[in-house]
Every structure is written in C-alpha cells, then in structure tokens.
Design a protein around this ligand. Structure first.
Ligand code: ADP
Ligand code: MG
Length: 303
C-alpha cells in the first residue's frame, strides 16, 4: 500500500476547479515531485494531503487512512514546510523549534535535545539564539525544515523549499534533503526548478490546470518525450529564415523559444550539417527535464 494514495481527487474554489480529478500513489521512502507553473494546483494538492484543506471530490488516503476522517493521527506523522514562510519572527531560532514541539506534546527535555540535534543537522547550531531577522532567507528555509522534523515524521511535505534562494543556499538544502531520503523518509516536493526535481525526485507528476499531464521517472520522461540528446542553437538576427530552413532539412523535431532553436534527439552527425548556418553559439548536450518542460510549455503550459 502507498503512503499517499489519491483517486479522482478534486478541489473546487467556488465555480473554479483548482485540482481536477488527479490520481497518484506515493510509495514508502520515495521522493515524489509535483512540477508545474504557478496556478497548476500544486499547493492545493499538498494542502489536501496535509489535511488543511478538505477535498471536494475523490479519495485521498495518507498512511492508509482517510485524511478527512482521521486527520489527528495522520498529522502526528507529518512534517510540513509550507510555501510561505510561517516561522515566528518574534522568537529565536531555537525557540521556534521548542514552541512547535508543544503542538505534538513532546516532553520539554526531549524537545530540547531533538532541537539541538536538528539545528546541527541543518547547520544552524551557530545561530541558536539569533532572532529570525538576523538570519538569511536560506537559513530560515533550513529552520522551517528543522521545525518540520521535530516530531520525527514519516512523511515530509515540502512546498517549494528553495524558491527564491541563491544557488549556494539551494545546494545546501538539496544536500540535507538527500540525507533525509537516505533515512527513508517519504518526501513530497513541489517545485518549478527542473534541476531540483531531477536531482531529488524518484518520480514526478507534471501538473497544469489542475491536471496531471505526465507522471514518471524524470530520466524516463525525458527520454520518451525528448530523446537522449539536444542540440541548442542560438541564432543571430541575420538570415534567420535561411538558418531555420537548414534546421528543418535535418528532418529532426525541433522547437524555437526566443532566439534559440532546440533540436531534439540531436545527434552528433547533425553538427556538421549545421556548419556555417550563422549561429552565435551551438551546444550539444544531454536532454534534461527542462527541455521536456519547455516542450510542454510550447503547447499547453501557461505561466
Ligand atoms: N483559497 C483559494 N480561493 C480561490 N482560489 C484559489 C485558492 N487557493 C488557490 N486558488 C486557485 O487555485 C489555483 C491553483 O493554485 P495553487 O494550488 O496555489 O497552484 P500552485 O501551487 O501550483 O501555484 C490557482 O488558480 C489559484 O488562484
Ligand atoms: Mg504553490
């Protein structure tokens, strides 16, 4: 049985359907990602799993129990990092953890030793006594993760854990999440960073308009939709039409975004056929989830 199972899951806000009949089955120890542009329905889905928002249709079980019927026992095993920062600004780093521990009726001595352990794990032990205003955005995000771990959850819900952070802060969080993954904690993550999903998620669901468009292992989705490799050609302004004609003559699938042409399944032999085409730069590389996303964006996704 899956840790989280959804069938025909729906959520309406008035006449608007934010989540439109989605199904998924998340296995124990898996890191499962919901990807999609703003408004796709990712947060609404997470909030239903969290028991914060009742569904309007379908089935949803967490640990085999109906979340709307048994929210209290489910929540005891959940750790949640929500999209908006909801740490307590008036408390210190350590007090944020201790105060939160009270919601779970954790004994004060236990809470203190757990808090110290978690602050060490998230590399925040040097900041224990600092007020929130004194620590960076990346540290606040790490603190939110530490707080979500205070009750020793079996399932972590992470809604855009690294949005808005600089690359260094993001890498730091990725390393911590990978470490949680090794501890076999099941994770559900939403993101619009393709690289994040590729690095962390065992499987992803690509959402748009409240629906799941595709689901699978990132590498397999990319291989199926894009192929193994991509040639990325940045065209100059001169003779663009002539250049595009030559790209077309290759007979490969391609797409144009801005002034860049992406040639899917771009094989090495094609490079010689592109010599003298008048491009500013050419890059032959492995296909990524970002390519898949761009390809879908060209057709269906809106942001
Ligand atoms: N409380 C609400 N009331 C009305 N509409 C909402 C509410 N919450 C979300 N929505 C709408 O539902 C859609 C999905 O939102 P959300 O789940 O937050 O998307 P995402 O997290 O993928 O950006 C959006 O169009 C959003 O405006
Ligand atoms: Mg969201």
């Amino acid at each position: 049985m899956g840790v989280v199972e959804a069938r025909q899951l729906e959520r309406d806000f008035g006449a608007f359907r934010a989540v439109d009949g989605i199904a998924f089955n998340i296995e124990e120890g898996e890191c499962y990602g919901f990807l999609g542009p703003n408004g796709a329905g990712k947060t609404t889905t997470v909030r239903m799993i969290q028991g914060l928002l009742p569904r309007t249709g379908g089935d949803l079980t967490v640990f085999g129990k109906d979340i709307d019927r048994e929210p209290v026992s489910i929540k005891a095993d959940l750790g949640v990092v929500s999209q908006e920062n909801n740490l307590d600004r008036d408390l210190t780093v350590r007090q944020n953890l201790l105060t939160y521990a009270r919601y779970f009726d954790i004994e004060p001595e236990v809470a203190q030793s757990r808090a110290d352990e978690l602050l060490k794990f998230l590399h925040l032990d040097g900041k224990k006594g600092d007020k929130l205003s004194a620590i960076s955005g990346g540290m606040q995000r790490r603190l939110a993760i530490a707080r979500a771990l205070i009750n020793g959850p079996r399932l972590m819900l992470l809604d855009e854990p690294t949005t808005g952070l600089d690359p260094q802060a993001r890498h730091m969080i990725w390393a911590r999440l990978r470490s949680l993954k090794k501890q076999k904690i099941t994770m559900i993550l939403t993101t619009h960073y393709m690289e994040e999903a590729e690095r962390l998620c065992d499987r992803v669901a690509i959402m748009n308009g409240g629906k799941i468009l595709m689901e699978g292992k990132p590498s397999e989705l990319v291989k199926d939709v894009i192929g193994e490799e991509v040639i990325e050609l940045n065209l100059g302004d001169e003779n663009r039409q002539a250049a595009l004609n030559r790209v077309r003559a290759l007979g490969a699938a391609y797409e144009m975004h801005g002034d860049t042409v992406y040639i899917y399944n771009g094989r090495h032999e094609m490079l010689s056929a592109l010599v003298g085409i008048g491009h500013r730069s050419v890059l032959h590389r492995k296909a990524t989830l970002e390519d898949l996303f761009l390809k879908l964006a060209g057709r269906t996704l809106v942001d």
